[in-house]
Design a protein around this ligand. Sequence first.
Ligand code: M6R
Length: 332
Amino acid sequence: SKGDHPYYMIKEILEQPDAVEFTLGERENIQRIVDDLGDIKNICFVACGTSYHASLTGKYLLQHLAKIKTDVVLASEFKYTADTLDKDTLVVFISQSGETLDSMNALRIAKETSPTLAIVNNIGSSMTEEAKYTIITQAGPEKGVAATKTYIAQLTAIYLFAGLLANDEKLINELYNVPGYIREVLKKSSEIEVLSKRYSFADDLFYLGRGFSYPIALEGALKLKEISLIHAEGYASGELKHGPLALINHKIPVIVILPPGSDYEDTMVNLEEVKARKAIILSICAEGDAKAECKSRDVFTVNSKVSETIAPLVYTVPLQLLAYYVTLEKVA
Ligand code: M6R
């Protein structure tokens, strides 16, 4: 039940620290899969919607940490990839429900040639029956239409998988701090509630991020579109100048995802580009980031220990809250 919460979406957003903790409990199962896989040359993710955004993060992680060439394919576009699969390519299906038809159809084709792994939240769903390997994300049932806690749980499973594949102890250890970082964000949700009053007027918003923050931008925009029915675009921040910058003006809020790390300075250049066009800037950045504070109209800050590599697990949460509170503001 929703308990004391008015909507499932907020209840499920608040359950995210537990979703991460419980999914970290899958570590031994994931280690067994990694051991059994042996020498995998390529990985191909197949998914839709929010699960596609989790897959994009997976690609960056696997290429960056494990140096495994990784593709990400929308399940509905899968037929143009199917013929290139082989036995050395692990095909990974990400799905909350484990039932999405396009992904199921792709899985039935992929398993003819390749080892398959399904990362799903639903025990006993069709994908768990068809895939060679299964990882269950431990988010518990998700009733809200917007995928929130299952997304963070998918990411947790993907980070564990990539960390174990790459033997990256440091990354794996850092995952155990994520529930705490998310709790810190949730404690400040009233700040997002206040901000939502300043942004709910908009007809169009842009979300910008680079590297690991690019899928965060896509997911933030998708959540806002789906729930508030406001038009939003997620963009790779370096791509904005190749056309859409022309749309930016003093009426357009731009949400900039700015975690500390190697992409920070380049994203800051992009922030300055939209600032020059008088955009209304809300930066999601680290505590104590004076530069972002001085260049943005508003900021929401996250623990400065959250680096860009693990930012998707934490920086997504304020964007979910923003979508939720902007929607409440609009219907009020
Ligand atoms: O169950 P799945 O993860 O396969 O569903 C895929 C998409 O339909 C889903 O992620 C959708 O985009 C979300 N409900 C968006 O919040």
